[in-house]
Each structure stands twice: as C-alpha cells, then as structure tokens.
Design a protein around this ligand. Structure first.
Ligand code: NAD
Ligand code: IPM
Ligand code: MN
Length: 370
C-alpha cells in the first residue's frame, strides 16, 4: 500500500480543536489498514507569529512543498489585530497558496438531508442542494501590484489594491471548472463584473473561448457577480458549478455556506497543476471557515468542515474515492442520528461538542469497514 505524507497545520482559534478530530481519522485509517498515512505538524498563523515573528517559516514552507498534501485548520484572531500586515496570521495562508501554486480552490456546498432545517432559507430551496464553487486562488486583487498605503501628507492617506488577471490564469481555472461540470450535471456558470471591471471583460472573453474550443458539450452561462449572489439565495438549485475570481469566490462561498446550514459545514480543496511526470499535484485542504474567535477554546466548534476537507484530500490527492465516500456517508449518518453542534442545531435541540461529533463520525466510518 502506498504511503502518504501529510503536513498538518492547525493554526489558531478553533483550528487545533477541529484538527484533533482529523487526527482521529488518520489513526483510524492506519489502524484499519485503509491507508498508510504519516504526518508531520507545523506552526502557522498567529501561533507561528508568536514563536517566530512571521506567520509561516521557510522551514514549514519547505515541508509543505515536500508533503503529499497539507491539511490546514484556520488562522487569525483579535490577538493579532495590531500585527503588521505583511506578517499577519492570514499572510501565512496566502503564502502557502501562492508559493505552492494552488490556483484552483474547490468549495462544494452540499445540503445534507438531515440539515435542510438548519439553513436560513426555506427547506424546499435547499433540500438536495449540491453545488461546486470554483474560486481562482492565486491571482486577482489578493496578489495584484501595486498594493500600498501612501501618506499623501495633507492628513490624507491613499490605499491601493490592484485586480490583475492574465489570460492563462483564467484559462486554467476555467478548464478545472469545465472538467468538474462534465463529471457532474454539465452546467457551468461564470461570474464576474464585466459591466464595471476590465478584468471582468477579459474573464468573460476567455471563459467563452475555452468553452468554444474545448467544452462545447457543457452548458455555459454568464452572470454578473452581484446578481449571481442574489440568485444563490433566491434559487440556489439552478447552479451546478460556478467559476469566479479570488475575491468574488471568497464572498460567494461564505454566502453558500448558509445554504448548507453553517460555515462549519463547508470544506475546500486548493489544488495546483498536475505534474505530467509524477502525475501528482500540490494540494492543501482546509475548511472555508476561520478561527471563530467567539467560540474558540470552548469545545463547541463543528468539526465537519475540517473532516470533510480531509475527505476531499482522500478524493483529490490519494485517489481514494471509496474512502472519501465513506467519510461523507459517516457525516450523513452522524447527522441522521440527530447529533448537532450548536451552529447546526434548531432552537431547543440538544447539542454536542467538537469531540463528540468527531467520535460519532469515526464510529460511523468504522461501521462501514468490512
Ligand atoms: P469565522 O469563519 O472565523 O467565523 C464566522 C462565524 O461563524 C462565527 O460566529 C463563528 O463562530 C462561526 N463558525 C465558523 N466556523 C465554525 C465552526 N467550525 N463551527 C461552528 N461555528 C463556526 O470568520 P470571522 O469571525 O470573520 O474571522 C475570524 C478570523 O478568522 C479572522 O482573523 C479571519 O481573517 C480568519 N479567517 C481565517 C480563515 C482561514 O484560516 N482559512 C478563513 C476565514 C477567516
Ligand atoms: C478564506 C479566508 C481567507 C481568504 C483569508 C483568511 C486569507 O477568508 O479562505 O475564505 O480571504 O481567502
Ligand atoms: Mn473567506
């Protein structure tokens, strides 16, 4: 059996709490002979800043580069609000994405049957929902230059962020999204603001070209990102795959979280280019949520987004689709048993904590091992 080398970066706030639940699954997979995982751990975010005055060290970057997959918790929190921008906790995550070339961020939003009531929308709007947001992750306004704050000397300052996209960046993310749509319900919706932004004009043009050249069999629609956001809450089931830029993808995926019941449910995979020689790709798996300072340290966090992100690692890095299905089924089964962390509980429902939810999911995986 192939052995897989993981790097676990738990980070801050609820990051370490939800990572503990993934470690349980790693142990379980090893013990049951389903896989052979080894793992190393490292500091990232505020935890790394406190120790090294940077939010990720070169040594940890080298380990991330050498790992078969990085499993990432969450970073940030009020403790580091005054830390200089360049070394903020979030900068560690951005460096991982950029330096590892993780341009394709897959953010599935799936409403589990038992949770249709947990969404802020009506049951009939979200029941059976299964959409995939494909967010461009290494370009756009997150990384464009110049990115500055200048003192104008008259009591005024000027802040500049720059949105930049080159053709190749749009082409490669469009291909990822079209390929996914082909394996799903064959529909792709591209979102930008071509009515205001030059990058939107180019985005629309390039996605259309890729469609015409390579993916004529997939239905392509274009929506302006603002009305796309409205459509996501008006009629979410019209969507299959959505492809959009770095910033719009960030906003739209947090909106999509509430279709599933909670940010604590949303997993993600950040993928690089496949190396044609090794057929491997760099990858990082992380929940969409942050460090949740309001509930950190209390054992209340929902570990499902983190566990489902580990499930995505099985699927996208290790060709373990069957085992990834086992993880998804186990999450479904735990929810069907009525187990709820506070974020997904209806009023008056009994709730459990992070550990109990992790234990229940591990138990449900064990039941599926023959
Ligand atoms: P957040 O995602 O941390 O929290 C938003 C709300 O959702 C909070 O009420 C929180 O309690 C709840 N929530 C989030 N995850 C949950 C879970 N697993 N279970 C139950 N409830 C959950 O967003 P925020 O409060 O805007 O940001 C806090 C910090 O996290 C900031 O420093 C931000 O930059 C950072 N952040 C990091 C990441 C990341 O590391 N990938 C992602 C988003 C935000
Ligand atoms: C996310 C987060 C990050 C982002 C932050 C923490 C850098 O919000 O992964 O959604 O904006 O991409
Ligand atoms: Mn976000």
């Amino acid at each position: 059996m192939a052995s897989h080398k993981l790097l676990l970066l738990a980070g801050d706030g609820i990051g370490p709490e939800v990572m503990t639940e993934v470690k349980k699954l790693i142990d379980l997979f090893n013990k049951k002979g389903l896989a052979q995982f080894s793992f190393d751990e490292g500091l990232v975010g505020g935890a790394c800043y406190d120790a090294h005055k940077v939010s990720i060290t070169d040594e940890t970057m080298a380990k991330a580069d050498a790992a078969d997959a990085v499993i990432f918790g969450a970073v940030g929190g009020p403790k580091w609000d005054a830390v200089p921008y360049e070394v903020r906790p979030e900068a560690g995550l951005l460096r991982l994405r950029k330096d590892l070339g993780l341009y394709a961020n897959l953010r599935p939003a799936v409403t589990y049957p038992a949770l249709a009531e947990a969404s802020s929308l009506k049951r009939e709007l979200v029941e059976g929902l299964d959409i995939m947001i494909v967010r461009e992750l290494t370009g756009g306004v997150y990384f464009g230059e110049p990115k500055t704050i200048t003192d104008l000397g008259n009591g005024q300052k000027r802040a500049v962020d720059t949105q930049v996209y080159d053709t190749y960046e749009i082409e490669r993310i469009a291909r990822v999204a079209f390929e996914l749509a082909r394996k799903r319900r064959n529909k792709l919706t591209s979102m930008e603001k071509r009515n205001v932004m030059k990058t939107g004009v180019l985005w629309n043009e390039v996605v259309t070209q890729v469609h015409n050249r390579e993916f004529k069999d997939v239905t392509l629609e274009h929506q302006l990102a603002d009305s796309g956001g409205m459509q996501l809450v008006k009629n979410p089931k019209q969507f299959d795959v959505i492809v959009t830029d770095n910033l719009f993808g960030d906003l739209l995926s947090d909106i999509a979280a509430m279709l599933t019941g909670s940010l604590g449910m949303l997993a993600s995979a950040s993928l690089g280019e496949v190396n044609p020689k090794t057929r491997k790709r760099k990858a990082l798996y992380e929940p969409v949520h942050g460090s949740a300072p309001d509930i950190a340290g209390k054992g209340l966090a929902n570990p499902i987004a983190m566990i489902a992100s580990f499930g995505m690692a099985l699927r996208y890095s290790f060709d373990m689709g069957k085992e990834a299905d086992m993880v998804d089924n186990a999450i479904s089964a735990a929810l069907a048993r009525g187990l709820r962390t506070a974020d997904i509980a209806a009023k008056g429902e009994a709730t459990i904590g992070t550990t109990e939810m992790g234990d229940a999911i591990a138990e449900e995986i064990e039941k599926q091992v023959v």
